[in-house]
Design a protein around this ligand. Structure first.
Ligand code: G1P
Length: 289
């Protein structure tokens, strides 16, 4: 079985929900405490053994490329001052370990993934939607790779949401369940609540076989008039193993204001030098409310 060596990060979205913060910076560069959201996704990929990061970007997303590059002036100045450089050097992605391709038009997630087809080539690959912020030990993708090594085929991460929320997501029709692994029998993008096959939603992490690129090639439009990854995945069911992994960890929807603020509080509470002081401060704030 081929190892998962490559990951696609679709980061071309406009981030209108976070305007004006995202007027001049990509939404993926918004910090959770002191690291940009995209950094957490890349670190999760590295932890899972992934070597090459492929970013599907767009106009105005140059800060992402700068973030993973060498910051020459900063590194020089900090080293002259005798400061620890690891905070900068640990974020570098060397040439060969990263690639950037532009999605020129917002035609949907499926289209964004298809834009990376030549860089992915004929091997399985991972996808990370960086808005979906996953906190776990091990991380979500490592948990998925561990299952993939047993089953092969396609793997997606899923989680349960209240039924009334399913219309915002891709939803699976579940089959046999074995612990955290559930067979995927069907997939539907943004169904009406009454028509949803379950409340298990596709939560932004995927390991897919390259066959999906040949389906996306047809550029068929689905929910919202967009080329949907979920629809392309649905066409692979029955042709190869297709399983969902229920993530063992915490998930924050950083595409929403509430999830983004919650993620910041959660990560700050986990930090040794910040957690206790923040907890005390939050107690005061809640008492005064
Ligand atoms: C995308 C996917 C959807 C998935 C969701 C997770 O939707 O199309 O299947 O459940 O991400 O956040 P979007 O949020 O781009 O509308």
């Amino acid at each position: 079985m081929q190892k998962v060596r490559k990951a696609i990060f679709p980061v071309a979205g406009l981030g209108t929900r976070f305007l004006p913060a995202t007027k001049a910076i990509p939404k993926e560069m918004l910090p959770i405490v002191d690291r940009p959201l995209i950094q957490y996704a890349v670190d999760e990929a590295r932890e899972a053994g992934i070597e090459q990061m492929i970013f599907v970007t767009g106009r105005g997303k140059g800060a992402i490329e700068d973030h993973f590059d060498i910051a020459f002036e900063l590194e020089k100045t900090m080293s002259e001052r005798g400061r620890d450089l690891s905070v900068l050097t640990s974020t570098r992605l060397a040439p060969g370990n990263c690639a950037y391709v532009r999605q020129q038009e917002p035609l949907g997630l499926g289209h964004a993934i298809w834009c990376a087809r030549d860089i992915v080539g004929d091997e399985p690959f991972a996808i990370f939607l960086p808005d979906e912020f996953m906190v776990g030990a091990p991380g979500c993708m490592k948990q998925m790779v561990d299952v993939y090594d047993q089953t092969g085929g396609n793997i997606i991460s899923v989680l349960e949401v209240p039924h009334e929320q399913v219309s915002s997501y891709g939803v699976i029709a579940p089959g046999k369940r074995d612990g955290r692994v559930t067979e995927v029998r069907g997939l539907v993008e943004k169904p009406k609540v009454a028509e949803a096959p379950s409340n298990l939603i596709v939560s932004g992490r995927y390991i897919l076989q390259p066959d999906v690129m040949r389906i996306l090639e047809r550029q068929e439009k689905g929910a919202g008039g967009e080329i949907q990854l979920t629809d392309a995945m649905a066409q692979m069911i029955g042709n190869m193993p297709f399983n969902a992994v229920t993530f063992d960890g915490r998930r924050y929807d950083c595409g929403s204001h509430l999830g983004y603020v919650e993620a910041n509080v959660a990560i700050a509470l986990d930090r040794p030098h910040l957690g206790d002081a923040l907890a005390a401060s939050l107690r005061h704030m809640l008492n005064d409310r």
